[in-house]
Write a protein that binds this ligand. Structure first.
Ligand SMILES: Nc1ncnc2c1ncn2[C@@H]1O[C@H](COP(=O)(O)OP(=O)(O)O)[C@@H](O)[C@H]1O
Ligand SMILES: [Mg+2]
Length: 340
């Protein structure tokens, strides 16, 4: 009997069965649809990751960026090191502009930016991520009436934190005030910079090692005063970074920053910057006031009707008192202000 690939299998005028070629075509179509679905899922996944980065690791915005020659030169220096894939560590006193320049450089690199702010409580999990929740699913199979089949599925969701995201997808990581975190929390960075591999200690198998993406860049900031303190970062880590020391900006830059932030004219901005710079010279290192103080004084004084010595003194007093250790200390600082 000859085999017929096409056979009329009809019951009451309706087709009952498919031929082989029809079956194959259907299977192929299904596979095609599945692969299309998979690729659109991958796109969605990528989008979700990006949204997640933007939503969860809110990066502060640089609202008013001023770029004088010295600012530009510093910016280029940081960028040049980063172009060699070197992690850059910007060291400088409080309020000199470390965070602002890091954010600006990171933004100009054109990659998504992830942000970590270092403090005492930072742990390795904050850097790399962890299991966010454990989901237990119980499936009770009662297909056969007197047989129960229970199946517990324990599913833990791993959530990437900034460092993992940056290493995986090649984002720019800013680790602000990184020396405020306990050095042990930062150990995980060592293999990232020495071997180009991020090890996730709580993951297993292939998932445990993340190969660092070629576009990954890292900028660290720290304050030399704190840096010498209890949380001195491990030498092995510091050795892997280039350190760029930045001081307070020059007078012209500070004046321009104050003009932009407080919307003051050059004369008023210069007067404020000059007073702050003189106070700065007289204060001990750990208590010096930076460009942030210039901006704060300017914003406050702008609301005053008079711009006299007493109001300037009062505003400056409020700013320097936050780092004052005692009543006596405050009085001696008051004297400095009076003499200026
Ligand atoms: N180049 C700049 N242009 C505009 N504003 C700046 C610039 N550099 C610093 N600032 C401002 O000076 C203040 C202190 O800068 P910040 O980056 O916070 O200092 P740090 O991180 O060193 O403590 C902020 O208000 C910041 O916006
Ligand atoms: Mg800062």
């Amino acid at each position: 009997m000859a085999y017929r690939a096409v056979h009329r299998r009809e019951v009451l005028g309706k087709r009952m069965h498919q031929t082989f070629s029809e079956k194959r075509a259907e299977l192929e179509n299904k596979e095609k649809a599945l692969s299309n679905m998979k690729s659109s899922l991958a796109v969605m996944d990528k989008e979700l990751t990006r949204e997640k980065v933007e939503a969860e690791y809110l990066v502060p915005e640089v609202e008013y960026w001023v770029e004088t020659e010295p600012v530009k030169a510093l910016k280029e220096r940081v960028k040049n090191w980063l172009s060699l894939k070197q992690p850059v560590h910007i060291i400088g006193p409080t309020g000199c502009g470390k965070t602002a320049i890091s954010l600006t450089v990171a933004k100009e690199l054109g990659r998504p930016v992830v942000w970590i702010n270092g403090d005492e409580s930072i742990t390795t999990t904050d850097l790399i991520g962890g299991y966010s929740e454990v989901e237990v699913n119980t499936i009770r199979d009662k297909y056969i009436h007197n047989v129960f089949k229970d199946k517990d599925i324990l599913k833990a969701d791993w959530a990437d934190n900034p460092l993992t995201l940056a290493c995986k997808y090649g984002y720019t990581l800013i680790y602000n005030e990184f020396s405020r975190a306990k050095p042990s929390a930062n150990n995980v960075l060592l293999s990232v910079f020495s071997e180009g591999v991020l090890e996730l200690p709580t993951q297993f198998g292939e998932e445990r090692y993340v190969k660092v993406h070629p576009a990954f860049r890292a900028i660290f900031t720290s304050n030399p005063v704190e840096y010498a303190g209890i949380h001195r970062a491990q030498d092995a880590l510091l050795d892997r970074m280039v350190g760029i020391y930045m001081d307070y900006y020059d007078r012209e830059t500070e004046v321009k920053i104050v003009m932009t932030h407080a919307k003051l004219d050059m004369k008023d901005a210069a007067a404020i910057v000059d007073v702050v710079r003189r106070v700065r010279e007289r204060l001990p290192n750990a208590e010096k006031i930076g460009t942030r103080a210039c901006v704060m004084v300017a914003r406050m004084l702008k609301g005053f009707k008079k711009f006299d010595k007493d109001s300037v003194n009062a505003v400056l007093g409020d700013i320097i008192v936050s780092k004052t250790k005692s009543q006596e200390d405050f009085l001696s600082k008051q004297k400095i202000l009076d003499s200026i």
